[in-house]
Design a protein around this ligand. Structure first.
Ligand code: G3H
Ligand code: 13P
Ligand code: ZN
Length: 316
């Protein structure tokens, strides 16, 4: 069942965070649905602009609709990840997305407000939720690259002003994370101080954490042992997901870790079976491994086991 992110956040707020996972193909969709059903967790499917272009945006839609028939118990939102204004309108008018992210965080503050407000008006007219972003994460987001030193944390006072003036449903805040596999050189904690200040100013308002992959060392080591060359890096400690959830983070974005699972499975498979050329055997392994990974993240997020109570609270 497709619901809005606002509906998911209402149930999760202050108790747990909902995992938001990016998908690009059928194998990821199968692994994601399986893992969330195994762990009895609600979830958010994220579709980036790049994912919509990878095959064809209609292909992803068909895959997700099929998955929801195969797994009728699933409760999830379909969300545009890092949308520009034009892509937001395309998704709002698609009749399929239940949530969009307008990312005008690279524009000046007033411009970000104006763009976000236009998208909120269009989305709310159709009952669709809107996530906006304030502050800048480090790392790479499709066509935009922010150097680590330029990543600036969200200003709590600005966040309050921004939320009031735009009417957005959730806000992605920069609290020290960045996108991709190369986040921190050493162990680094989230900026809980910033979260605390934002929560105090906008109690009950759902916050979003981007760049939340943990970049597991065992995964990177296995990839490198199978011919990869991913330099050592550290991600977010997954033990910090739940403390962040208690401070109002209701959505935790994880994409890179899933790509690492894919890379490990395929590198190891073809290393061990150099004569193999059928992509289905490693594809099947990937689906199972991705499902296991998703269930483990849902455990860290506290979303595991929430499905029954959520269904009751939705009156379904
Ligand atoms: O933040 C970006 C997400 O990881 C999606 O990545 O734009 O390469 O699909 P992508
Ligand atoms: P990661 O690169 O840490 O997985 O972050 C994904 C993300 O924020 C998608 O919007
Ligand atoms: Zn992101």
């Amino acid at each position: 069942m497709i619901v809005t992110t606002a509906q998911l956040f209402k149930h999760a707020y202050g108790k747990y965070a909902v995992g938001a996972y990016n998908i690009n193909n059928a194998e990821q969709a199968m692994g994601l649905f399986k893992g969330c059903i195994q762990s009895k967790a609600p979830f958010i499917i994220q579709i980036s602009k790049g994912a919509r272009k990878y095959t064809d945006k209609r292909m992803l839609e068909a895959i997700i609709r099929a998955a929801s028939v195969i797994f009728p118990e699933a409760i999830f939102a379909v969300h545009l990840d890092h949308g520009d204004e034009e892509t937001c309108y395309d998704c709002i008018n698609s009749g399929f997305f239940s949530s969009v992210m307008i990312d005008a965080s690279h524009d000046p503050f007033e411009e970000n407000i104006a763009i976000t407000k236009r998208v909120v008006d269009a989305a709310h007219a159709k009952g669709i939720s809107v996530e906006a972003e304030l502050g800048m994460l480090g790392g790479v987001e499709e066509d935009i690259k922010v150097e680590e030193g330029n990543a600036c944390l969200t200003d709590p006072d600005e966040a309050k002003d921004f939320i009031t003036r735009t009417g957005c449903d959730s806000l992605a805040c920069a609290i020290g994370t960045s996108h991709g596999a190369f986040k921190f050189k050493g162990r680094q904690s989230l900026h809980f101080d910033v979260l605390e200040k934002i929560k105090a100013l906008v109690p009950g308002f759902p916050l979003v954490m981007h760049g939340s992959s943990s970049v597991p060392k065992e995964e990177v080591d296995r990839i490198n042992a199978a011919g990869g060359a991913i330099a050592g890096s550290m991600g977010v400690d997954p033990n910090e997901y739940l403390p962040a959830a208690k401070l109002g983070v209701t959505k935790v974005n994880i994409d890179t870790d899933g790509r690492l699972v894919w890379t490990r499975v395929h590198r190891e498979f073809f290393r061990d079976k150099p004569g193999e050329f059928d992509f289905r055997p490693p594809g099947k392994i990937f689906i199972e491994e991705y499902a296991k990974f998703i269930a483990s993240r849902n455990d860290f997020l506290g979303s595991s086991g929430q499905l029954v109570d959520l269904r009751t609270s939705l009156g379904k």
